[in-house]
Design a binder for this molecule. Sequence first.
Ligand SMILES: Nc1ncnc2c1ncn2[C@@H]1O[C@H](COP(=O)(O)OP(=O)(O)O)[C@@H](O)[C@H]1O
Ligand SMILES: [Mg+2]
Length: 220
Amino acid sequence: MRREASISHASARPLLEIRGLDLDFGTPRGRIHALRNVSLDVPAGQVVGIVGESGSGKSTLAYTVMGLLPENADVTSGSILFEGKELLKMPAQARRNLLGDRLSMIFQDPMTALNPVRTIESQMIDIQHHEQGSRSEKRARALEMLHRVGIPDPKNRLGAYSHQFSGGMRQRVCIAMALLVKPALLVADEPTTALDATLEVQIIHLLKDLQKDIGCSILF
Ligand SMILES: Nc1ncnc2c1ncn2[C@@H]1O[C@H](COP(=O)(O)OP(=O)(O)O)[C@@H](O)[C@H]1O
Ligand SMILES: [Mg+2]
Protein backbone atom coordinates (compact mmCIF):
# COMPACT_ATOMS: atom_id res chain seq x y z
CA MET A 1 0.00 0.00 0.00
CA ARG A 2 1.39 3.34 -1.05
CA ARG A 3 0.35 6.72 0.20
CA GLU A 4 0.27 9.70 -2.12
CA ALA A 5 1.98 12.59 -0.46
CA SER A 6 -0.11 15.51 0.58
CA ILE A 7 1.72 18.73 1.18
CA SER A 8 0.90 20.41 4.42
CA HIS A 9 1.58 24.07 4.87
CA ALA A 10 0.02 24.19 8.28
CA SER A 11 2.20 23.61 11.28
CA ALA A 12 -0.84 22.66 13.38
CA ARG A 13 -1.24 19.05 14.42
CA PRO A 14 -2.87 16.82 11.81
CA LEU A 15 -6.58 16.06 12.08
CA LEU A 16 -5.88 12.33 11.85
CA GLU A 17 -2.63 10.66 12.89
CA ILE A 18 -2.25 6.94 12.35
CA ARG A 19 0.86 5.34 13.83
CA GLY A 20 2.19 1.81 13.54
CA LEU A 21 -1.19 0.24 12.96
CA ASP A 22 -1.28 -3.57 12.82
CA LEU A 23 -4.48 -5.47 12.23
CA ASP A 24 -5.22 -9.18 11.85
CA PHE A 25 -8.35 -10.98 10.78
CA GLY A 26 -9.01 -14.28 12.51
CA THR A 27 -10.18 -16.91 10.05
CA PRO A 28 -10.73 -20.69 10.33
CA ARG A 29 -7.51 -21.05 8.33
CA GLY A 30 -5.42 -18.84 10.57
CA ARG A 31 -4.75 -15.17 10.98
CA ILE A 32 -4.53 -12.79 8.03
CA HIS A 33 -2.23 -9.82 8.58
CA ALA A 34 -4.29 -7.21 6.77
CA LEU A 35 -2.47 -4.09 7.99
CA ARG A 36 1.19 -3.93 8.92
CA ASN A 37 2.80 -0.92 10.49
CA VAL A 38 0.57 1.65 8.76
CA SER A 39 1.42 5.26 9.59
CA LEU A 40 -0.03 8.35 7.95
CA ASP A 41 -1.29 11.85 8.66
CA VAL A 42 -4.34 13.61 7.30
CA PRO A 43 -3.82 17.35 7.78
CA ALA A 44 -6.87 19.52 8.49
CA GLY A 45 -8.64 20.71 5.35
CA GLN A 46 -6.66 18.47 3.02
CA VAL A 47 -7.19 15.44 0.84
CA VAL A 48 -5.02 12.35 1.29
CA GLY A 49 -5.26 9.46 -1.14
CA ILE A 50 -4.31 5.86 -0.46
CA VAL A 51 -3.35 3.78 -3.46
CA GLY A 52 -2.95 0.03 -3.52
CA GLU A 53 -4.01 -3.10 -5.33
CA SER A 54 -7.16 -5.00 -4.50
CA GLY A 55 -6.81 -6.78 -1.16
CA SER A 56 -4.00 -4.52 0.09
CA GLY A 57 -6.08 -3.27 3.02
CA LYS A 58 -7.55 0.07 1.90
CA SER A 59 -11.09 -0.73 3.01
CA THR A 60 -9.85 -2.32 6.22
CA LEU A 61 -7.99 0.89 7.07
CA ALA A 62 -11.10 2.97 6.29
CA TYR A 63 -13.29 0.79 8.50
CA THR A 64 -10.71 0.87 11.29
CA VAL A 65 -10.81 4.68 11.32
CA MET A 66 -14.61 4.61 11.30
CA GLY A 67 -14.78 1.97 14.05
CA LEU A 68 -16.87 -0.27 11.81
CA LEU A 69 -14.70 -3.39 11.78
CA PRO A 70 -16.17 -6.90 11.71
CA GLU A 71 -15.99 -9.08 14.83
CA ASN A 72 -13.03 -11.13 13.62
CA ALA A 73 -10.80 -8.07 13.26
CA ASP A 74 -8.11 -7.57 15.89
CA VAL A 75 -6.01 -4.41 16.11
CA THR A 76 -2.78 -5.75 17.62
CA SER A 77 -0.84 -2.51 17.87
CA GLY A 78 -0.73 1.11 16.90
CA SER A 79 -2.63 4.29 17.51
CA ILE A 80 -5.20 6.43 15.72
CA LEU A 81 -5.44 9.98 16.98
CA PHE A 82 -8.39 11.96 15.68
CA GLU A 83 -8.56 15.59 16.81
CA GLY A 84 -5.96 14.56 19.37
CA LYS A 85 -8.11 11.77 20.85
CA GLU A 86 -7.15 8.10 20.74
CA LEU A 87 -9.92 6.37 18.78
CA LEU A 88 -8.73 2.88 19.66
CA LYS A 89 -9.26 3.50 23.38
CA MET A 90 -12.46 5.51 23.16
CA PRO A 91 -15.57 3.98 24.79
CA ALA A 92 -18.01 2.52 22.24
CA GLN A 93 -20.69 5.15 22.85
CA ALA A 94 -18.27 8.05 22.40
CA ARG A 95 -17.03 6.48 19.18
CA ARG A 96 -20.54 6.07 17.84
CA ASN A 97 -21.25 9.70 18.65
CA LEU A 98 -18.38 10.74 16.38
CA LEU A 99 -20.00 8.98 13.42
CA GLY A 100 -22.30 11.21 11.48
CA ASP A 101 -20.92 14.15 13.40
CA ARG A 102 -17.16 14.71 13.14
CA LEU A 103 -16.59 11.64 10.97
CA SER A 104 -18.55 10.42 7.99
CA MET A 105 -18.04 7.95 5.21
CA ILE A 106 -18.94 7.28 1.60
CA PHE A 107 -18.96 3.61 0.69
CA GLN A 108 -17.97 1.81 -2.48
CA ASP A 109 -21.50 0.55 -3.04
CA PRO A 110 -24.07 3.29 -2.47
CA MET A 111 -26.88 0.72 -2.38
CA THR A 112 -25.64 -0.79 0.86
CA ALA A 113 -25.27 2.62 2.50
CA LEU A 114 -28.92 3.56 2.04
CA ASN A 115 -31.92 2.01 3.71
CA PRO A 116 -34.10 0.54 0.95
CA VAL A 117 -37.40 0.82 2.83
CA ARG A 118 -37.15 4.48 3.86
CA THR A 119 -37.39 7.59 1.71
CA ILE A 120 -34.30 9.67 1.00
CA GLU A 121 -36.04 12.48 2.86
CA SER A 122 -36.38 10.64 6.16
CA GLN A 123 -32.79 9.38 5.96
CA MET A 124 -31.47 12.84 5.16
CA ILE A 125 -33.38 14.36 8.06
CA ASP A 126 -32.31 11.64 10.52
CA ILE A 127 -28.64 11.98 9.66
CA GLN A 128 -28.81 15.55 10.96
CA HIS A 129 -29.71 14.41 14.48
CA HIS A 130 -26.62 16.14 15.89
CA GLU A 131 -27.66 19.45 14.34
CA GLN A 132 -29.91 22.15 15.71
CA GLY A 133 -33.13 23.09 13.96
CA SER A 134 -36.67 21.98 13.25
CA ARG A 135 -37.66 19.19 10.92
CA SER A 136 -38.57 21.67 8.21
CA GLU A 137 -35.19 23.41 8.51
CA LYS A 138 -33.47 20.03 8.20
CA ARG A 139 -35.64 19.22 5.22
CA ALA A 140 -34.60 22.50 3.61
CA ARG A 141 -30.92 21.68 4.22
CA ALA A 142 -31.43 18.26 2.66
CA LEU A 143 -33.00 19.86 -0.40
CA GLU A 144 -30.20 22.37 -0.71
CA MET A 145 -27.57 19.61 -0.46
CA LEU A 146 -29.34 17.45 -3.07
CA HIS A 147 -29.32 20.47 -5.34
CA ARG A 148 -25.59 21.01 -4.70
CA VAL A 149 -24.67 17.45 -5.59
CA GLY A 150 -26.56 17.78 -8.87
CA ILE A 151 -29.77 15.80 -8.31
CA PRO A 152 -32.26 17.19 -10.84
CA ASP A 153 -35.61 18.34 -9.44
CA PRO A 154 -34.65 17.60 -5.81
CA LYS A 155 -38.05 18.72 -4.47
CA ASN A 156 -39.75 15.86 -6.22
CA ARG A 157 -36.94 13.37 -5.58
CA LEU A 158 -36.86 13.83 -1.82
CA GLY A 159 -39.76 11.43 -1.33
CA ALA A 160 -38.16 8.71 -3.47
CA TYR A 161 -36.51 5.45 -2.36
CA SER A 162 -32.91 4.50 -3.14
CA HIS A 163 -33.85 1.94 -5.83
CA GLN A 164 -35.57 4.72 -7.79
CA PHE A 165 -32.21 6.40 -8.45
CA SER A 166 -29.53 5.38 -10.95
CA GLY A 167 -26.13 4.28 -9.59
CA GLY A 168 -24.57 7.70 -10.15
CA MET A 169 -27.50 9.55 -8.60
CA ARG A 170 -27.51 7.18 -5.65
CA GLN A 171 -23.83 7.89 -4.97
CA ARG A 172 -24.64 11.63 -5.16
CA VAL A 173 -27.33 11.09 -2.54
CA CYS A 174 -24.75 9.33 -0.34
CA ILE A 175 -22.31 12.21 -0.78
CA ALA A 176 -25.08 14.67 0.10
CA MET A 177 -25.84 12.67 3.25
CA ALA A 178 -22.20 12.34 4.26
CA LEU A 179 -21.64 16.07 3.89
CA LEU A 180 -24.90 17.22 5.48
CA VAL A 181 -23.34 16.56 8.86
CA LYS A 182 -20.39 18.83 8.01
CA PRO A 183 -17.79 16.31 9.13
CA ALA A 184 -14.22 17.24 9.97
CA LEU A 185 -13.12 14.08 8.16
CA LEU A 186 -14.81 12.32 5.28
CA VAL A 187 -13.60 8.80 4.57
CA ALA A 188 -14.29 7.85 0.96
CA ASP A 189 -13.68 4.20 0.10
CA GLU A 190 -13.49 3.96 -3.70
CA PRO A 191 -16.70 5.97 -4.04
CA THR A 192 -16.63 5.87 -7.85
CA THR A 193 -15.65 2.27 -8.56
CA ALA A 194 -19.26 1.30 -9.27
CA LEU A 195 -19.65 4.16 -11.78
CA ASP A 196 -18.56 4.66 -15.39
CA ALA A 197 -15.53 6.80 -16.22
CA THR A 198 -17.39 10.01 -17.16
CA LEU A 199 -19.43 9.91 -13.99
CA GLU A 200 -16.30 9.12 -12.00
CA VAL A 201 -14.71 12.40 -13.09
CA GLN A 202 -17.88 14.34 -12.28
CA ILE A 203 -18.13 12.85 -8.81
CA ILE A 204 -14.45 13.52 -8.04
CA HIS A 205 -14.84 17.18 -9.09
CA LEU A 206 -17.99 17.45 -7.02
CA LEU A 207 -16.26 16.04 -3.95
CA LYS A 208 -13.36 18.42 -4.38
CA ASP A 209 -15.66 21.46 -4.61
CA LEU A 210 -17.66 20.40 -1.59
CA GLN A 211 -14.50 19.64 0.38
CA LYS A 212 -13.24 23.18 -0.21
CA ASP A 213 -16.62 24.62 0.72
CA ILE A 214 -17.05 22.69 3.92
CA GLY A 215 -13.35 22.81 4.76
CA CYS A 216 -13.25 19.16 5.75
CA SER A 217 -10.45 16.68 5.14
CA ILE A 218 -10.91 13.64 2.94
CA LEU A 219 -9.17 10.30 3.29
CA PHE A 220 -9.59 8.75 -0.13
N1 LIG B 1 -13.83 -9.75 7.50
C1 LIG B 1 -12.70 -10.28 6.99
N2 LIG B 1 -12.25 -11.49 7.40
C2 LIG B 1 -11.11 -12.02 6.92
N3 LIG B 1 -10.32 -11.41 6.04
C3 LIG B 1 -10.71 -10.20 5.58
C4 LIG B 1 -11.92 -9.57 6.03
N4 LIG B 1 -12.03 -8.38 5.40
C5 LIG B 1 -10.95 -8.25 4.61
N5 LIG B 1 -10.15 -9.34 4.71
C6 LIG B 1 -8.86 -9.54 4.03
O1 LIG B 1 -8.02 -8.47 4.35
C7 LIG B 1 -7.24 -8.07 3.24
C8 LIG B 1 -7.48 -6.59 2.92
O2 LIG B 1 -8.79 -6.44 2.39
P1 LIG B 1 -9.40 -5.01 2.01
O3 LIG B 1 -9.17 -4.08 3.13
O4 LIG B 1 -10.82 -5.25 1.62
O5 LIG B 1 -8.52 -4.58 0.75
P2 LIG B 1 -8.80 -3.45 -0.34
O6 LIG B 1 -9.92 -2.58 0.14
O7 LIG B 1 -7.50 -2.73 -0.48
O8 LIG B 1 -9.17 -4.17 -1.60
C9 LIG B 1 -7.61 -9.01 2.11
O9 LIG B 1 -6.68 -10.05 2.12
C10 LIG B 1 -8.98 -9.51 2.53
O10 LIG B 1 -9.24 -10.79 2.01
MG1 LIG C 1 -11.72 -2.07 -0.70
